[in-house]
Design a protein around this ligand. Sequence first.
Ligand SMILES: Cc1cc2nc3c(=O)[nH]c(=O)nc-3n(C[C@H](O)[C@H](O)[C@H](O)COP(=O)(O)OP(=O)(O)OC[C@H]3O[C@@H](n4cnc5c(N)ncnc54)[C@H](O)[C@@H]3O)c2cc1C
Length: 420
Amino acid sequence: MNDVIIIGGGPAGSVLGCYLSMAGISNLIIEGSIFPRAHVGESLVTSTTRVFKEIGFLPTMEREGFVRKYGASWHAPTSREFGIDFDPFPEEGIDQNYTYHVDRSKFDLLLLKHAESLGSKIYQGVRVQKVLFENDQACGVRVKMGDQEVDLPCKMVVDASGRQTILGNQLKLKLKDPIFNQYAVHAWYKDLDRGSGITADWIHIYFLPIERGWVWQIPITDEITSVGVVAEREIFKQAKLDLESYFNKYTQTNPDLVQAMSSATRVNEFKTEGDYSYCMERFVGNGYLLVGDAARFVDPIFSSGVSVACFGARMASEVIRNGFELDDFSEATLMPYEKRLRSGVEIWYEFIRLYYKLLPLFTHFIQSKDHRQQIKRLLQGLVFDREEAPVLQAMRDYVKAVESSDHHLFKAHLAAVPID
Ligand SMILES: Cc1cc2nc3c(=O)[nH]c(=O)nc-3n(C[C@H](O)[C@H](O)[C@H](O)COP(=O)(O)OP(=O)(O)OC[C@H]3O[C@@H](n4cnc5c(N)ncnc54)[C@H](O)[C@@H]3O)c2cc1C
């Protein structure tokens, strides 16, 4: 019998497999598709380096020549650009001032292979149908192999099934986000003009003149660039356009983006992403826990997803190790994981809400001597195991001041996003 069964071989599942194998805990990762498979979420944040280093994956990232990401840049519709580089990276023990942009089909395959090399057993092309329970305690999974249903027992089940949220659906734990209901249309392009100089390979975000609308530009290789249009789902619905016309309409609304895309040619089909931004009612229960997107998903404006998956897996491995030491996999034993994950992701969520509440505030804070360093720490993904970030309170205070003033320059930019 396997000690732990992990549902899903994305970053959350693979990283967890690595940590568990390193701790001598046997684990089986069951992945529904056959890798390589395409996936959204191509730009990482610097904090992931810590996890890659701990699991011995950093040499692979370097060897494979993923595009290095040294910073991020935001483009207002007025053609003003606001950039931030990741140098210096203030975390002890991490000596890289860059992270990576990744082709997820390649990155996820390498990470899964890495987990296998450390000891995880891997099934690919096998879907988990449900998690099995005995007296309120998860005790295994049911999979479909060919025509046959097979029950696989284990001591602990981890749901790392991403936005398919298998356990969240089974136990009806999903709470839709009350504010965000975004929709993304994206594709890869060649001959996109990324400019020259140090910012050419940064992530570029273009603001659109629509509610919570923005476009990402992420370099995948020297030739290929990923471009995605994100906006409220309602805007997509009301546009009543096919994907190409919708995409073209909105990429025409930011002059810097028009310039970047003037000679660009699409090289693959458009893909769409909806139904994101949610939180599960709980992340742990007797004999199970949820990690990565299976637990919580926040809007991707700051490229936080893979980092949250990696750190979630790291924290999950600690409580699981503790569970094996005590031979106790109860909800109470696993709960410290939920608390740590919740408070870290809450910082991302607050940051995202304040960002959407008042866009000019974000660009103002990036440029401010007092706040730039703290904003940088957030953008690097340093959100776990810390008290609330003071810069968020400063942003909140600023929003309140704008709200209560009659003549503030930013007043017209306040969005209908609740921040309390
Ligand atoms: C529009 C958009 C843009 C994004 N941009 C970024 C970005 O720039 N940077 C970033 O870091 N993140 C980004 N993300 C988020 C990122 O995609 C996720 O946070 C990340 O992939 C989470 O990893 P995971 O391992 O939890 O889930 P996934 O990567 O989704 O992996 C889950 C795996 O589980 C498998 N699975 C599902 N159900 C079953 C089953 N029943 N049985 C077996 N296997 C199963 C799936 O096949 C999949 O391989 C973005 C997300 C969206 C929607």
